[in-house]
Design a protein around this ligand. Structure first.
Ligand SMILES: *[C@@H]1O[C@H](CO)[C@@H](O)[C@H](O)[C@H]1NC(C)=O
Ligand SMILES: *[C@@H]1O[C@H](CO)[C@@H](O)[C@H](O)[C@H]1NC(C)=O
Length: 219
């Protein structure tokens, strides 16, 4: 290969790497709308488009009301993904509403397919994420303020205040996915062997069993 060809090939590869680092959200739309046909037998990356589209496909009323926080974390995440609003298919967007009782915790978790903008609507929340070099970035965020959680990095939010708190989150994926760390390790199915967890955390088998029984059934 001539040196000039070689240079242009290397140049092209570098450009692909450079641009692909910006294409980390969902793929782009190829048409105005592609409302998901959740019942389609066609499996693909996303959902096949349905034929008869109406305004209803782009509407959702399920975030209007406060959700009960009567659970072990005293916080409730209400997700609105492409499965709830089929019109989101191919749009690279979704949302959540998170209700926190005083003391409520949205426990450490991450979203494999999306970065997140987290906006506090009511109350105040202490939030944090942890990078892959184990640095913790934390902040107190109050009503009207927002915080950003980078894609795939572990994060949590806790209401250390005396009044309930409410937040909305926006994701750059129609289906960001959520993996809660405690649930993944202690409430998977089939379960992670007790001795693996005992050794991982330096605790006794009995303590592993206690945590497992607290987290089951899956939350
Ligand atoms: C917190 O959760 C517990 C159940 O785990 C429940 O008894 C309590 O009422 C909850 N508190 C609030 C304010 O939701
Ligand atoms: C959204 O859809 C998922 C999957 O079908 C469902 O589990 C969840 O309850 C729905 N969320 C709301 C707010 O209705």
């Amino acid at each position: 290969m001539a040196t000039t060809d070689y240079i242009s090939v290397v140049g092209m590869i570098m450009m692909v790497i450079f641009f692909s680092s910006y294409v980390w959200a969902d793929p782009d739309m190829l048409q105005d709308v592609c409302v998901a046909n959740l019942a389609s037998d066609i499996t693909m990356n996303g959902f096949a488009c349905k034929r008869d589209v109406s305004a209803h496909d782009f509407f959702f009323a399920g975030l209007a009301n406060p959700r009960s926080t009567d659970n072990i974390y005293n916080a409730t995440v209400t997700q609105v993904t492409v499965r709830n609003v089929t019109g989101l298919n191919t749009m690279g967007l979704s949302m959540s509403r998170i209700d926190f009782a005083p003391g409520g915790l949205n426990p450490p978790h991450f979203h494999p397919r999306a970065s997140e903008i987290f906006i506090v609507i009511e109350g105040k929340l202490d939030v944090a994420f942890i990078t892959t070099d184990y640095k913790l970035y934390s902040k107190s965020v109050k009503s009207g303020e927002l915080f950003v959680f980078p894609r795939s990095l572990m994060h949590y939010q806790i209401n250390n205040g005396k009044v309930p708190a409410l937040a909305l989150a926006v994701f750059n994926s129609q289906s960001p996915g959520i993996q809660r760390v405690a649930t993944a390790l202690f409430a998977s199915s089939p379960s992670v062997p007790n001795h693996v967890l005992a050794k991982t955390f330096g605790i006794e088998i009995d303590e592993v069993k206690k945590i497992k029984s607290r987290l089951a059934p899956k939350i």
